[in-house]
Design a protein around this ligand. Sequence first.
Ligand code: ADP
Ligand code: TRP
Length: 339
Amino acid sequence: MNTVKKRILSGITPSGDGSLHIGNYLGAVRQFVELSKNNECFLFVADIHALTTIQRKDELRANIETLILNELALLGDLSNIIFFRQSDVPMHTELQTILNNITPLGLIKRAHAYKDKLEKGVEEEEVNMGLFSYPVLMAADILMYKPDLVPVGRDQKQHIEITRDIAERFNRTFKSKIFPLPEPYIPEEAAVIMGTDGKRKMSKSLGNFISIFEDEAVIKKQVMSTYTDPTRKHVTDPGHIEGNMVFNYLDFFTEKEEVMMYKEKYRQGKVADVEVKNYLFESLMKYFAPARMRYEELKNSPDSVKKIIQTGAERAREVAEKTINEVRATIGLTNKYSF
Ligand code: ADP
Ligand code: TRP
C-alpha cells in the first residue's frame, strides 16, 4: 500500500441557503471524508465566491453559518483537516490579482459559468466581474496550497483544468516550478447525482434535492416525491430499476444485499413504491444520524465552532503566506528594500 500522504484541497460556496444536499455529499464531501483519513486536507468555505450572486448581507451571513455547521457535522473527525473560511486568508485575493495578469481573456470567456449566462441571453452588462473571473479566484484558492488532488463534482472539472492551465502559464512565464499541477478527483459513480425529478442533476436551485439536516418531515416529503417508474400503475405491475431514482439513491446508502432483495421484489411487482420510499427514508436517517447529532451539538456550541474556524484560519494563513512570499519573489515584487 502506498503510504505517501497527499495534500487534498476543496472548497464549497455558501450559495443557495448554505445547506448541503445528498448530491453535494455524494459528489464532494464523501470523497473528502474518505481521503482525509490518510492524507493532509484543506477544506474551506468559499465565502468570497458567494458574493458573485449574494449581495444581501443577512443572507450571506446566514449562508456562511449554515454551511460551516453542515460541513463540520458531515466531516466529524477533523484531525487531518484544516477547515477555514476563504475570507480569513486574504492572500487568496492577492494571488488572484497576480494570476489575472498571466490569464488570457479567451480562456476565461470559455468558462461554463460565464458562457452559460450568455447563452441564456443574459446581457454582458448584467454579468459582474466577480462571476467572470470566478475561475481565476478558484485557481488562486487551489494553487495557494499546492494540493495533489482536488475532489469535486464533475461540474467543477473545467475549473480544475483552467487552474492547471494557469499554473502552467505561471511556471512558464516566470521560469519557475512553484506550482505543481493539481489533479481533479471525481469518482465515476458519484460524478453527477441526478435530482429527485430524475431528469436533471441534483441542485439547490432546481429544487430537486434531498436535504441532510432538515426536519425529518421535510426530508420525508422530499423522498416521497422522488421519481420512480412512471410506467408502473399498480403495485403488482413489474417495476423498472433503471432510471428509478429511489433505487439509485438506495445503492449509496444501504447494505447491498438488502437493496438487492428490494430490487428483486420491485421487478416482480411485489413491493409498493411507498414501501421502497419508506425504506430509503429510514436508510437516510440511519446513515446521517451521527452527522445530524453533531449538527445539533455544533449549533448549540458557537464558541467551539469559532475556535475551529480560528485555528483553521491560522494554519491556512501559514501555508498561504509561504506561497505568496515565494510568488512575490518569483515575479519580482520582492527587492532590496523588501522587509
Ligand atoms: P448546487 O448545484 O446544489 O448549488 P454547488 O454548486 O454549491 O451545488 O456544489 C457544491 C459541491 O457539490 C461541488 O463540489 C459540486 O461539484 C458538488 N455537487 C453539486 N451538485 C452535485 C450533484 N448533483 N452530483 C454530484 N456532485 C454535486
Ligand atoms: N467553485 C466551487 C463550487 O462551486 C467552490 C470552490 C471555490 C472550490 N474554490 C475552490 C472547489 C477550490 C475546489 C477548489 O462548488
